[in-house]
Ligand binder design. Structure first.
Ligand code: SF4
Length: 732
C-alpha cells in the first residue's frame, strides 16, 4: 500500500538523509535536487521547468503562473503524522507526495494519504455555518454568519449549570483543537472526551506509548497487529518491515502472524497461525509459559508470574486456542533464542505481547521495544500550556462512558457516533442541543442543531509531536497550502471566539489571537526548552521543511535503565462465551481505506481494490468455502449475518484464508448519509454488536450465525466490467 515516487527503500533512505544538508541550507530550493533520482526523472518527464518548495504564504504577485510550488505539511488522515509535500499551481493544490525528509515516512505515503485532496475538493463539503430549521434529520438548514453561530453556541453553553451537562467530543488526540477544547472546557468546568482511533489500544496510550524497532528485529510475532494496513503508523512500519525482510548486513527476519482471518499483514508472514477468535492472548501466554518453564527467558521473571503462567501451558490451552501445542513450543523456542526477538499486538493483545518482550528482555535494545519519550512532554502545545488531560475512551466503548442522557449540550468534532454505533441515535436525539464541527453532513451532523464546519487539513494550522523508530521526537507542522475554499473556519479559531464571547474564565484561559498564534508561540517555547536555535529560526525551519527532528539525549539514559525494570505481571484475559444458537464468530475489521468510515466519502478510496479480495465500491462477508458449501452458499449469494443484537445482509465472498467457524466483515462502508460517494454504498455491520460489549478480544468479535437468503448479487471486483456493474447497481 505504500506508494508515491518518494518510496524509500533502505538505500534510497540513505540518499534522502544525505540530501538533508542541502535542504537545510536553502530555504527555497529546486525540488528536483531534493527528491531521489527516480522522482527527478518523473518530474522532468512531466515537462515542468522548475518546481519550488516554498513557505505557505506567498503574495499573489509573486506567484508565477505555470510554475509548481510545493509546500510542506503533515498528513491528517490518521494519527501517524507522516510528512507531506503538496504541489500547488495557480492557487490550486493538485498533488500530494511524502516528504522525503520526514523521519516517520521518508517520502512514502499510503493510499489514504494520497487521497487527501479529495477531502479538500469534495463537492459534498459543507460550505459555511448553518442552523437547523426543520425537524432533526429533515435536512432543512439556514445559512448563518459565523458571529451568529458562535453566539447561539455561547448562549446554549450559558444555560448549562453543571459539569455533566456539556461535553466536547473529538478524536483529535494531540492537536491544537484538542488543546483549545480541553482548556475551554476546563475553564467552564465542563467535560471533554477524546475518542481513540479504531486500531489504538487505550492501554498502550499511543501516541506516546512504545515504539517497536521492527527494522532491526530478527524474529517477529504479531498477535493480530495489522501493521502493514492500519496499526499505529502503517507507512513507518511498512518501511521498517522492508528492512526487517532485507538480508543486507543481517539475517532475513522471520515473521509469525497469529490471527483467525488472514489479513494483508498475515499474508506476508512466514507462518500464519489461526487461533479461535479472541484467543490470541492465550497463544501469547502459552509462548511465555514455554519460555519461562524451559528457562529461556532473559528478563526478570518473578515466582508469582511463573506460577500464574502455569495455567496457560500450550498443552492446556491448545483445546481452546485450537493451535497444536507442538507448534507453539517450537515457536517459543525459536523466539527466545532469536538474536533480536520482538512481539507486537493489536488492541486487546498488546499487554500479552509486551509481556513476551519483557521476558526476552528486548526493551530499549536494537530490534526490540523502544520506549519513546513521552510525546506529551515533547509536545510544543503541552510546553506552551500544560492543560488537564481529556478523558480518553476507546472507539467502541463511548456509549457507556458518555452517559448521553445527562447531556444538555454536545459539541462533536471529527467523530460520527451514529455511524459507528447506530444504537446511540435515540440517545443523541434526546440531547437538547448538538453542535457539530464536521465538514460533511454525516449521520451525526444530520441530527445537529448547529453546524460550524471545520477547515480541512490543507487550510489549517496545527503542530504535533510524534516519534520515529529511526530517530527521536519529530515536531510536525500542519500549515495551509492554499486559501480556504469555502466559508469554513478552523475549529480552534471558533473555540477561541467562543471563549471571548463567553468572557470570564474562558476568555482568560484562552487569550490567544488564533490557532496560528498558538502554534507559533508553542514552537517558540519548544525552541527555548529544547535549546535549539532561536524561536524565529525554529519557526522558519518548520515552515520550510514541515518538521523538526530533535536529537534525544535522554534515550540513552533510558536504555541504561532497562535492566532495572521489575518483573512483568500477567495481562487480563477475556474469552468470548460460547452460544449454541450462534455457532460462528463474526469479526469486524478496520478497512485500510475507510478507517472508521471517515474516508468512505472519497471516491479514490472507494475505487481502491481491497488488497486481499479485490472488491471495490461495496461490502462483503468473508466465509470459508468449506462452511459455505455446508450451508449451500455460493459466491455472491446474499446472506444474513445474525447476532443476538442485530443482523446485516451482505454478499458472500468465499475466502479460504479464514477459519471455518469465523466470518469477517470490513468496517467503514454502509453510510446512510455522508455525501454522494458514501451514501448507500455497502452495508454497515455495526448493528451486529451490543453497544456495551464491543471491542472484546482483537478487533470486534461477536457470536453469530448465517442464513442464506434468496437474493443474489454481483461483487464489484478489480478486473470485472466495472462500468456494466455500476450501471446495474448490483450492490449499492
Ligand atoms: S499512515 Fe497514511 S494516512 Fe496515516 S499519516 Fe501516514 S500517509 Fe497519512
Amino acid at each position: 500500500m505504500v506508494s508515491g515516487f518518494g518510496f524509500a527503500t533502505p538505500n534510497q533512505k540513505l540518499e534522502t538523509r544525505n540530501q538533508k544538508t542541502n535542504f537545510m541550507k536553502r530555504r527555497e530550493f529546486i525540488i528536483l535536487s531534493g527528491i531521489g533520482a527516480t522522482s527527478a526523472s518523473l518530474l522532468s518527464a512531466c515537462g515542468h521547468p522548475e518546481e519550488k518548495l516554498i513557505p505557505a504564504f506567498i503574495p499573489d504577485d509573486e506567484y508565477v503562473p505555470g510554475i509548481d510550488y510545493w509546500k510542506a505539511s503533515t498528513c491528517g488522515m490518521c494519527p501517524a503524522g507522516c510528512g507531506i509535500i503538496v504541489r500547488t499551481r495557480e492557487h490550486k493544490a493538485n498533488k500530494i507526495e511524502g516528504n522525503p525528509l520526514h523521519p516517520v515516512n521518508h517520502g512514502a505515503l499510503c493510499a489514504r494519504g494520497q487521497a487527501g485532496l479529495q477531502v479538500l475538493y469534495n463537492p459534498d463539503r459543507i460550505k459555511g455555518p448553518m442552523k437547523r430549521i426543520g425537524e432533526r434529520g429533515e435536512g432543512k438548514w439556514d445559512e448563518i454568519s459565523w458571529d451568529e453561530a458562535i453566539k447561539i453556541l455561547a448562549d446554549e453553553l450559558r444555560r448549562t449549570t453543571y459539569a455533566e451537562e456539556a461535553i466536547f467530543v473529538t478524536n483529535d488526540m494531540t492537536g491544537v483543537t484538542a488543546h483549545v477544547a480541553n482548556r475551554l472546557m476546563e475553564a467552564l468546568r465542563r467535560n471533554a472526551y477524546v475518542v481513540l482511533p479504531l486500531s489504538y489500544d487505550p492501554s498502550s496510550e499511543y501516541p506516546g506509548g512504545p515504539l517497536f524497532d521492527l527494522a532491526n528485529a530478527t524474529y517477529l510475532i504479531s498477535f493480530g497487529a495489522r501493521f502493514l494496513e492500519v496499526w499505529h503508523s502503517p507507512v513507518m512500519y511498512s518501511l521498517a518491515y522492508g528492512e526487517f525482510r532485507s538480508s543486507v548486513g543481517k539475517p532475513r527476519g522471520k515473521f509469525i502472524q497469529i490471527e483467525p482471518r488472514m489479513s494483508l499483514t498475515g499474508g506476508n508472514a512466514d507462518e500464519w497461525l489461526a487461533p479461535t477468535p479472541g484467543n490470541e492472548v492465550l497463544a501469547a501466554l502459552a509462548l511465555a509459559q514455554v519460555i519461562v518453564r524451559e528457562k529461556l527467558h532473559k528478563g526478570v521473571v518473578s515466582t508469582d508470574l511463573a506460577n500464574d503462567l502455569t495455567a496457560f501451558a500450550p498443552e492446556t490451552t491448545a483445546a481452546v486456542t485450537d493451535i497444536p501445542h507442538e507448534k507453539l513450543i517450537r515457536i517459543a523456542r525459536e523466539f527466545a533464542k532469536a538474536e533480536r526477538p520482538l512481539a507486537i499486538g493489536a488492541p486487546g493483545a498488546m499487554g500479552a505481547a509486551m509481556l513476551l518482550n519483557r521476558i526476552v528482555d528486548n526493551t530499549n535494545k536494537s530490534g526490540g521495544v523502544l520506549r519513546s519519550e513521552s510525546n506529551d512532554e515533547s509536545s510544543p502545545l503541552r510546553m506552551l500550556a500544560p492543560a488537564g488531560r481529556f478523558s480518553t475512551i476507546s472507539h467502541f466503548r463511548f456509549p457507556e462512558t458518555l452517559n448521553l442522557h445527562q447531556r444538555r449540550v454536545m459539541m462533536i468534532h471529527r467523530f460520527n457516533p451514529v455511524f459507528v454505533t447506530p444504537a446511540v441515535r435515540e440517545g443523541i436525539l434526546r440531547i437538547p442541543f448538538i453542535a457539530s464541527f464536521s465538514s460533511f453532513l454525516d449521520e451525526t451532523t444530520e441530527l445537529a442543531d448547529l453546524v460550524l464546519p471545520d477547515h480541512c487539513d490543507f487550510e489549517r494550522w496545527d503542530v504535533r509531536s510524534t516519534s520515529a523508530t529511526t530517530g527521536g521526537i519529530v515536531i510536525s507542522l500542519t500549515q495551509p497550502v492554499i486559501e480556504p475554499q469555502h466559508n469554513t473556519r478552523q475549529t480552534a479559531d471558533v473555540l477561541l471566539d467562543l471563549a471571548r464571547e463567553l468572557g470570564g474564565d474562558a476568555a482568560n484561559a484562552l487569550s490567544y489571537e488564533s490557532a496560528k498564534d498558538i502554534v507559533e508561540k508553542s514552537v517558540a517555547k519548544f525552541a527555548v526548552n529544547s535549546r535549539r536555535a532561536d524561536a524565529d529560526t525554529a519557526w522558519q525551519e518548520l515552515i520550510d521543511r514541515g518538521m523538526i527532528e530533535t536529537t534525544v539525549e535522554s534515550k540513552q539514559a533510558q536504555r541504561n535503565q532497562s535492566n532495572k525494570e521489575p518483573s512483568p505481571s500477567l495481562p487480563g484475559v477475556s474469552i468470548l462465551a460460547e452460544d449454541s444458537e450462534y455457532p460462528l464468530t463474526a469479526i469486524i475489521y478496520e478497512s485500510a481505506s475507510h478507517g472508521d468510515g471517515s474516508y468512505a466519502n472519497l471516491p479514490a478510496l472507494q475505487e481502491v481494490p481491497d488488497p486481499m479480495t479485490s472488491v471495490m465500491w461495496g461490502s462483503w462477508v468473508e466465509i470459508n468455502p468449506r462452511t459455505a458449501r455446508s450451508l449451500g452458499i455460493k459466491e455472491g449469494d446474499f446472506i444474513d449475518i445474525q447476532t443476538r443484537t442485530g443482523d446485516v445482509r451482505l454478499p458472500a465472498l468465499l475466502y479460504p484464508a479464514i477459519r471455518p467457524d469465523v466470518v469477517a466483515i470490513p468496517f467503514g462502508r454502509g453510510h446512510s448519509a455522508y455525501g454522494r460517494y458514501a451514501k448507500n454504498v455497502g452495508a454497515n455491520p455495526a448493528p451486529l454488536f451490543p453497544t456495551s460489549e464491543r471491542g472484546v478480544g482483537l478487533d470486534s468479535i461477536v457470536r453469530a450465525r448465517v442464513v442464506k437468503s434468496n437474493d443474489k448479487g454481483e461483487l464489484i471486483r478489480f478486473g470485472t466490467d466495472l462500468q456494466q456493474l455500476m450501471e446495474k447497481k448490483p450492490w449499492r
